[in-house]
Design a protein around this ligand. Structure first.
Ligand code: GLC
Ligand code: CA
Length: 575
């Protein structure tokens, strides 16, 4: 396969707010391509697929942890933060990845799980065996398992307490996740210092930023819930100040599975910023809710809440990632409805969520996949794709826990889906062979060969998004409609204000969740008489009438992205 005519966004390389216009792609090193036939994906394999990612229009990679680890939690159980797991590669190979990505104007974001380590980490081994030694206070030890009563359990399917007894030290240690992941003791300045050293180590190697895993949980107090407590924010402010001072242009992305205001708090304030970005956990489940309830109301509600974020901060929008589709940010009633629609087999559930991939969740419906992606690429924030979702990959619910949706990338119809030439039994996880998602037909090669494939469709949407700055930089304002199934909003960008930058732009985005065609009237008096043009083909639409109303006919689960008014207009397809 060869990939030509990459989509280039001029100026991204110099833009300090590059992350606001970037399209991100989450890819586990283990899952993408095995270059040496040992059954596990590796850094060299990933490098060999950078051309593909560039062709797709990806601006930044997010790599889940690839550090030394016993891999009992997909690498989120780190046993040494400055070495790379041998089966993934070496630090030199990582440096090569960064160089080759940068040559393609693509950034590399790495995942840092700093709330906890693996119990195999040397720090923990020393801490348990030598309480008086230099690592004695690196973890949260206690004689009782009753401290911090307000802290909830996250892995509800696997753990019934946040405390575990260590037979060596004969004390309990605190853990937010699996009991093999002891939490670090952030009250100990030596821990804070050690973490700063790790952050600098990777920044010095050239990474463009971090996804800060499980970031609300660093500090815990007796009265608090251990989520976003004030000292955690103080810590983040210090990291940010260091990044801004010594590594400008690098970004911090918060993984905080919380309500909008609490998530926004991880971006800090204008005076004291924290993370540059935070994942939009509240919006995500509401997209799935709207698709099946045929009601736009819940999305309208969360999108109308004006959560203030500091200048320069941005959201990360996603449909799926390497974890379960979490249902923590919805009410019990909605959660039950979503389990009924999306996890009718109990095997599909894990913790408070659903362990399935995007395409199976949407029953492989092309209309729903397009609608969901149209939202992903036009909501306020930067889109994060999960590897394989661009070809509608399936999952394997017979695998344990979240491995269900971490199977090898499907490149070709050949052995092991072109992921590896190893004996199939040697793969870290089997490739998907189910009836509907079998790699024989769901793979990159076959979708490249079909001009109307999901892969080509997604690439084209990415291209259209990129040539319209309103998507990355504009504000979002919900517009009233007369149809419960229709969501309408405008993305409004005032322009960069100088002759070299982007012109002002307004885009009207309309989505119908109805499972049948629908006619809708949208009211926007401020646009009275303005014309509308389709962003994809450039076709003229009826103009807003004298009162600022517009009637649109929506196909089943259809959507429009429409340019509002005259002025600069860049439409067209990816070449
Ligand atoms: C985050 C990760 C998840 C991991 C957990 C514990 O939530 O996304 O995969 O299991 O942290 O590190
Ligand atoms: Ca390998």
């Amino acid at each position: 396969m060869s990939f030509t005519a990459p989509i280039q966004l001029p100026g991204l390389a110099l833009d300090p707010q590059w992350y606001k216009r970037a399209v991100f792609y989450e890819v586990m090193v283990r899952s993408f391509l095995d270059s040496n036939a040992d059954g596990s994906g590796d850094l060299t394999g990933l490098v060999s697929k950078l051309d593909y990612l560039q062709w797709l229009g990806i601006d930044a990679l997010w790599l889940p942890p690839f550090f030394q680890s016993p891999l009992r939690d997909g690498g989120y159980d780190v046993s040494d933060y400055t070495s790379i797991l041998a089966e993934f590669g070496t630090v030199d190979e990582f440096r090569d990845l960064v160089t080759k990505a940068h040559e393609r104007n693509m950034r590399v974001i790495i995942d840092l799980p700093i709330n906890h380590t693996s119990d195999a980490h040397e720090w923990f081994q020393q801490s348990r065996s030598d309480p008086e030694g230099p690592y004695g206070d690196f973890y949260m030890w206690s004689d009782s398992d009753e401290k911090y009563p307000n802290v909830r359990i996250i892995f509800t399917d696997y753990e019934d307490s946040n405390w575990a007894f260590d037979p060596v030290r004969r004390q309990f240690y605190f853990h937010r996740f699996f009991s093999h992941q002891p939490d670090l003791n952030y009250e100990n300045p030596a821990v804070v210092e050690a973490i700063f050293d790790i952050i600098r180590f990777w920044l010095d190697l050239g990474v463009d930023g971090f996804r800060l895993d499980a970031i609300p949980y660093l500090f815990v107090s007796e009265e608090g819930t251990g989520e976003g407590e004030p000292p955690t924010h103080e810590f983040l402010k210090k990291v940010r100040a260091m990044v801004d001072r010594d590594y400008p242009g690098r970004v911090m992305i918060a993984e905080a599975n919380q309500w909008p205001n609490e998530v926004a708090a991880f971006m800090g304030t204008d005076e004291e910023p924290e993370c540059h970005m935070a994942f939009d956990f509240p919006a995500m489940p509401r997209i799935f809710y709207s698709l099946r309830s045929q009601q736009a109301g819940e999305l309208v509600r969360v999108l109308s809440e004006h959560t203030h974020v500091p200048e320069g901060a941005g959201w990360g929008v996603f449909l799926r990632n390497h974890d379960e589709l979490t249902l923590e940010m919805v009410t019990e009633e909605y959660r039950q409805a979503m389990y009924g629609w999306y996890a009718y087999d109990p095997r599909m559930r894990v913790n408070v969520g659903i362990r399935r991939r995007l395409s199976p969740l949407l029953d492989n419906s092309r209309a729903e996949l397009e609608l969901a992606h149209a939202l992903l690429f036009s909501l306020q924030g930067s889109p994060f794709l999960y590897y394989g979702d661009e070809i509608g990959m399936g999952d394997n619910i017979w695998l344990p826990d979240r491995d269900a949706s971490r199977t090898p990338m499907q490149w070709t119809p050949d052995r092991n889906a072109g992921f590896s030439s190893a004996d199939p039994g040697k793969l870290y996880l089997p490739v998907v062979q189910s009836l509907v998602y079998n790699y024989h037909h769901v793979n990159v090669e076959s979708q490249l060969a079909q001009s109307r494939s999901l892969l080509h469709w997604i690439r084209n949407v990415i291209h259209v998004r990129k040539v319209h700055p309103a998507f990355g930089l504009g504000q979002l304002r919900v517009l009233p409609t007369n149809h419960d199934s229709v969501l309408a909003f405008v993305r409004e960008y005032p322009g960069s204000g100088n002759q070299f930058g982007d012109a002002p732009e307004t885009v009207l985005c309309v989505f119908s969740f109805a499972h049948n065609p629908a006619a809708v009237r949208i009211e926007a008096p401020e646009f009275a008489g303005q014309s509308l043009r389709d962003l994809f083909g450039g076709g003229d639409f009826p103009s807003f009438d004298a009162e600022g109303g517009i009637e649109l006919t929506m196909g089943t689960q259809g959507f429009y992205w429409l340019h509002v008014g005259e002025g600069q207009f860049a439409g067209g397809r990816a070449s």
